[in-house]
Design a protein around this ligand. Structure first.
Ligand SMILES: Nc1ncnc2c1ncn2[C@@H]1O[C@H](COP(=O)(O)OP(=O)(O)O)[C@@H](O)[C@H]1O
Ligand SMILES: [Mg+2]
Length: 273
């Protein structure tokens, strides 16, 4: 088990370590018993170069996350954060570099095949079906599963109680923060081992942001790795085991969240002083 003592939010009253849902990752085929790596990161996009077919957007960009840890990517608008996430998830071709999950090279796999391997992705935009109910969104999330999904749905409702109350409502009627909960819940329905979140707190109030970060910490504590892009850089780095500052498709700084927050250069250029 990792040590989370350096995480920012230690207020037990809001992190709810009691009654913690067990979002037990499935996919034993890529689980620890079949670990083929040699102590490397659980998920890594290693030396990724590529883009959308025109000029390269990513330049030798490396992003990784360890088991049960939270890795956060920050950087200016247009830096390539979403592109790096899409590359790791297989949504765009990289012509140099590789993506490995639990030691296995998955560079050639489709996004759907990566989901089957235990990856979940919440994109920055269009991440829910607005005309469908909350519960239908969660059911859609479980599309790859043939087994009983009711227990996982129950775990999602324990994690996000408001979604249970609103389960019969069209997701489009929900607030921004609640929609993001639907999006995260939907991705959890496949019981991923790693959850990739592109700006999960975009457009929500600071209170809702704190709440979402607490829930994300809770998910990580169940052993699920979190790879997350965040505009709320300072707050995100506070809960990050590891942080990446990307600039123009390149790694500019990589360190623990704590070290990046303490770095005067990072503070001045990327965290508003
Ligand atoms: N679908 C796309 N097709 C072509 N270029 C894109 C596409 N999406 C993003 N880009 C370009 O890639 C660069 C990085 O964008 P993006 O990864 O969205 O940055 P960030 O998420 O850091 O704000 C930008 O120059 C952007 O214009
Ligand atoms: Mg983006």
């Amino acid at each position: 088990m990792s040590d989370y003592s350096d995480r920012g939010n230690k207020d037990a009253s809001i992190t709810r370590t009691d009654n913690m849902p067990t979002l037990t990752p499935a996919h034993p085929e890529s689980g620890p018993s079949h670990y083929v790596g040699s102590g490397g990161p659980f998920l890594i996009g290693d030396g990724m170069t590529g883009g959308y077919g025109g000029a390269d957007i990513l330049h030798d960009c490396t992003i990784s996350v360890d088991k049960g840890e939270i890795a956060v990517i920050v950087g200016p608008n247009g830096a390539g954060k979403s592109t790096a996430m899409k590359a790791v998830f297989g949504m765009l071709n990289i012509h140099t570099g590789s993506v490995r999950l639990n030691g296995e090279d998955i560079t050639a796999l489709s996004p759907q095949a990566r989901v089957n391997k235990g990856m979940g992705f919440v994109p920055q935009t269009n991440n829910i079906f607005t005309s469908m109910t909350v519960e239908e969104n969660l059911e859609m999330g479980a599309f790859i599963r043939r087994d009983d999904i009711s227990q996982t749905m129950e775990q999602v409702y324990e994690l996000f109680p408001i979604l249970r109350d609103k389960r019969r409502q069209p997701a489009g009627e929900l607030s921004g923060g609640q929609r993001q909960q639907v999006a995260v819940g939907r991705a959890l329905m496949t019981q991923p081992q790693v959850l990739m979140l592109d700006e999960p707190t975009a457009g929500v109030s600071p209170i809702v942001m704190d709440e979402l970060f607490d829930r994300i910490i809770e998910v990580a504590r169940t052993g699920i790795s979190i790879l997350m892009v965040e505009q709320n850089a300072r707050q995100a780095l506070e809960i990050a085991d590891k942080g990446y500052v990307l600039v123009q498709g390149r790694n500019r700084y990589t360190d623990t969240g704590k070290a990046l927050l303490a770095d005067p250069e990072v503070r001045k250029s990327f965290l508003g002083g």
